[in-house]
Design a protein. Structure first.
Length: 261
């Protein structure tokens, strides 16, 4: 079994190689750290670099300003402080990264402008598994400030139960919660807050709308969901569907009430 120390050593050596050092250069510099002045023979032994190659490796490291060499016999050397030694390399990489960021930003602008000219707007959504869906519902309920509207069937109802404590708190804090349950759902006010405004209808797809911004749609298998952020067209369609069901339910209740008089 490889020790944690060995794994860490390998990671550091790998990082030095990514910074532009060869395998031997990385090993020599790493093994020089914290030793002060040591002989070339000693560092060759510590770094497992062949003695026939150690002098050439030290000269290369000296040119890269990573080591200081005393050419008096016996040849002695020591490492330059990593912070000082890699300052130029870090600056070079940072300049490359900043340059790449600017390039990516410019490319993104070109892409968006091209899509706009064609009348196309790019939108994103996230696909969540079942466990992430439950956690996301809890999180969105907790963060809601104004409203939560939902259309849910028995499966969506099971997921909603996981956020019962957060629902109580958000209702107390003033968030308006309206839920249209499928006719097959059984509402238990001992589990879900009785302060939820509720109606019943035929619901096939579970949809949650949080603060008229986040839309969460569950697939019919109950294994995945799609989280969409403020898609104006889709939000408008879903809100209209919700309001129509909500208002139709009220009209039907009024008709039943009138017929019993």
């Amino acid at each position: 079994m490889v020790s944690e120390e060995k794994v860490e050593d390998n990671e550091i050596l790998g990082g030095l190689e990514e910074a532009g050092l060869s395998k031997y250069e990385s090993s020599v510099y790493y093994n020089l750290l914290g030793k002060g002045m040591v002989s070339a023979t000693e560092i060759a032994y510590c770094s497992t670099v062949p003695r026939t190659k150690i002098y050439a490796i030290l000269k290369k490291l000296e040119r890269k300003k990573l080591v200081m060499v005393n050419y008096q016999k016996p040849l002695m050397c020591r490492s330059v402080s990593p912070k000082e030694a890699f300052k130029d390399i870090l600056n070079k990489h940072e300049n490359k990264v900043n340059g790449l960021r600017k390039t990516v930003l410019h490319l993104q602008q070109i892409n968006e402008e091209g899509l706009r000219n064609k009348g196309i707007e790019e939108k994103k959504y996230f696909v969540l598994n079942q466990f992430s869906t439950i956690n996301k519902i809890i999180d969105l309920v907790k963060k809601s400030k104004e409203s939560i509207d939902a259309m849910i069937n028995p499966w969506g109802n099971n997921l909603l139960v996981h956020s019962k404590d957060e629902l109580v708190k958000t209702i107390i804090d003033g968030t308006k919660v309206r839920i249209i349950f499928d006719n097959k759902c059984e509402f238990d006010d001992k589990i879900l807050p009785n302060a939820i405004e509720k109606k019943y209808s035929k619901i096939t797809t579970n949809i949650f709308i949080f603060d008229n911004y986040h839309i969460l749609i569950l697939d019919n298998s109950g294994t995945k969901s799609a989280l969409i952020y403020s898609n104006e067209i889709l939000l408008s369609i879903i809100k209209n569907q919700f309001n129509e069901l909500w208002n139709d339910n009220e009209k039907n209740m009024l008709k039943i009430s009138d017929s019993t008089k």
